[in-house]
Design a protein around this ligand. Structure first.
Ligand code: ARG
Length: 586
């Protein structure tokens, strides 16, 4: 990673990197501290930090190394330097490292002026606004796992950008418009039930849709009728819109409850229905002027073949709009309303072409902000069916995850009895399992969902992560005699410096702000997941060796407890970044 601007006030490891950079620059004129700093990487071969000398292009590595070595003096930050061919390996002074990292984690978690824990945050996005659009299911159609992935990845990105100082507008762009609503309206007259609708709007509308679709396959008149109905909707006829309005409101209400369960939030619920006509028309006019529009039987088609993006319908023969046109108009309206610095669409890679097409049209329309649109895509999920069959609704996924986890927990009768609120706990762990499986690998990879793996407490799974957090949370409950801990300046951490386990944990805690920065650069949750597991493993290996319980030396017990408390704070922060609610008990 090329290092960003150092800021020891939010990332204390920067202070160690600066110390390395200063001495390297001093030994190697005309190298500047900034240049040297950008060459300080995380360590190889057990070192804390490593510099690859050839990158500075200052001549023979051995000679360059010799100059640095000749001037090296250990100090409060850096305790040793170890040359290795063209590399220089540096070791931080353990006592300083441990004291400074724990002090910073503690201060930024518990002493933040606005009381919001902020260890790991940075202000790189200060003053900038990003719109992040995600989830975006279609009303009356199924909520498939693709929507679930968008929800999970989008929720993570919204947290991530906030953590990096951006103003975030999170947006759900519902598929709440289009010919299918003409179809449902037609079907509702025959199959609709007010009672069913009120019970579960999402499910009932889907049922109606499935039935009327069957009718339409058998009888072309149904389709004609539906198209006519949708045309009336597009023309703004109130009588055609009345029911639709109710359906939409009820579906949004139900969705909002389910997102809440998933710990996912939206600032704005918008949808295809909200996109005005004005810009859709202007887009067409502009593309016509550019000679890119072909008229096929009255339908308007844009030809993007010179950019290898094929041809796409922009307007149907009856004048009604389609998905693509609405995306074009929608983006322009969003810019007018929000003046964003960046807009992200979290949509499956199956729609790569669609996104490329509408970004291209906006670019052709010469909107300077078109360059700030970004498609964050992801691969397919296979095999996520519940015991009852294929997943159609979001609440099925949540229920199944909770149930699978509940069954698993009941297998250990004794433990199960000790859980205060097994319903909530199993649901939270189940949701964690689903999310972790989704975010564990690079977004673009396809993966096969596995319920057995999801519910396992062993291996790199959601339940394991929750367990690690619960275990850390139990320390203060089990050692009340150590509480409250004295202020950090009065805790003697020197006893930790001799433990390789403690040092490893603390160094990892120190790297968290960098994990956040890398995630922002790659827009990948997987690095954060990997980090959470590395930390959990380090904690687990240290558990027995550094046990707080049974430590008779009060000073040592306090130091260990403080370290585990900080570990809990950072693990919790990483989990929250991933939209997971860390549990304190299970
Ligand atoms: N509702 C669409 C679907 O389910 C996804 C919308 C993605 N966002 C967008 N601006 N096109 O396929």
């Amino acid at each position: 990673m090329a290092n960003s601007t150092p800021d020891p006030s939010t990332c204390v490891l920067d202070a160690f990197r600066i110390s390395i950079a200063e001495r390297v620059a001093a030994a190697l004129p005309p190298l500047t501290v900034e240049q040297a700093y950008s060459g300080v990487d995380y360590g190889k071969k057990g070192a804390d930090f490593t510099i690859a000398l050839p990158r500075f292009k200052l001549g023979k590595p051995e000679e360059v190394a010799a100059k640095v070595i000749a001037q090296f003096q250990p100090d409060e930050y850096i305790e040793s330097l170890d040359p290795d061919k063209s590399f220089l390996h540096f070791q931080c002074k353990s006592t300083t490292l441990i004291r400074d990292v724990l002090t910073q984690v503690h201060a930024l978690t518990h002493l933040a002026p606005d009381k919001v824990p902020c260890y790991g945050s940075n202000s790189s996005g200060k003053g900038k606004k990003v719109i992040i659009e995600y989830s975006s299911p279609n009303i009356a159609k199924s909520f498939h796992v693709g929507h679930l992935r968008s929800t999970i990845i989008g929720g993570f990105l919204a947290n991530l950008y906030k953590t990096c100082g951006w103003e975030v507008v999170s947006m759900n762009y519902l598929g709440d418009w289009g010919t299918q609503f003409g179809l449902i309206a037609t079907g509702f007259e025959k199959y609709g039930s007010q009672e069913e609708l009120e019970k579960d709007a999402i499910k009932h509308l889907f049922d109606v849709y499935v039935k009327v679709n069957k009718d339409a396959e058998a009888d072309p008149d149904v389709k004609v009728e539906a198209a006519r109905w949708f045309k009336r909707m597009e023309d703004g006829e109130e009588s055609a819109l009345k029911n639709w309005r109710v359906w939409r409101a009820m579906s949004v209400k139900k969705y909002a409850e389910e997102y809440d369960r998933l710990n996912i939030e939206f600032d704005v619920y918008t949808g295809e229905s909200m996109v005005g006509k004005e810009w859709q028309d202007k887009a067409l006019t502009r593309l016509e002027e550019m000679g890119l529009i072909e008229d096929v039987d009255g339908a308007k088609i844009v030809n993007l073949e010179q950019w290898k993006m094929g041809k796409a319908v922009l307007r149907k023969r009856d004048g009604t709009s389609i998905y693509l046109t609405r995306d074009i108009g929608g983006a322009i309206e969003r810019y007018e309303k929000y003046k964003f610095d960046k807009m992200i669409y979290v949509v499956s890679s199956q729609q790569d072409l669609h996104l490329a097409q509408f970004f291209k049209v906006l670019e052709l329309m010469q909107f300077p902000w078109a360059a700030s649109l970004q498609h964050v895509n992801y691969g397919l999920v296979q095999g996520m069916s519940t015991r009852k069959g294929t997943v159609v609704f979001l609440d099925q996924i949540i229920k199944e995850a909770a149930q699978v986890m509940h069954d698993q927990m009941q297998k250990n009768e004794e433990k199960y009895k000790a859980v205060v609120d097994p319903e909530t706990v199993s649901r939270e762990i189940g949701i964690t399992g689903v999310k972790i499986q989704d975010m564990a690998a690079k977004r673009i990879n396809n993966y096969t969902f596995n319920w057995d793996r999801m519910k396992s407490f062993e291996g790199d799974t959601g339940p394991y992560l929750q367990y690690a957090h619960v275990r850390l949370s139990s320390i203060s409950r089990k050692n009340p005699h150590l509480l409250p801990l004295p202020p950090p300046s009065q805790i003697d951490t020197s006893s930790l410096a001799t433990s390789p386990h403690a040092r490893e944990i603390v160094f990892l805690l120190g790297t968290y702000p960098d994990v956040v920065k890398v995630a922002l650069k790659t827009q990948e949750p997987s690095g954060v997941v990997t980090y959470a597991f590395r930390l959990s493993h380090a904690i687990s290996s240290a558990w027995e060796v550094l046990s707080v319980k049974g430590e008779e030396d009060l000073e040592k017990a306090r130091a260990k407890m403080w370290m585990f408390e900080c570990a809990r704070d950072v693990l919790g922060a990483a989990m929250r970044l991933l939209s997971i609610r860390p549990l304190d008990r299970m």
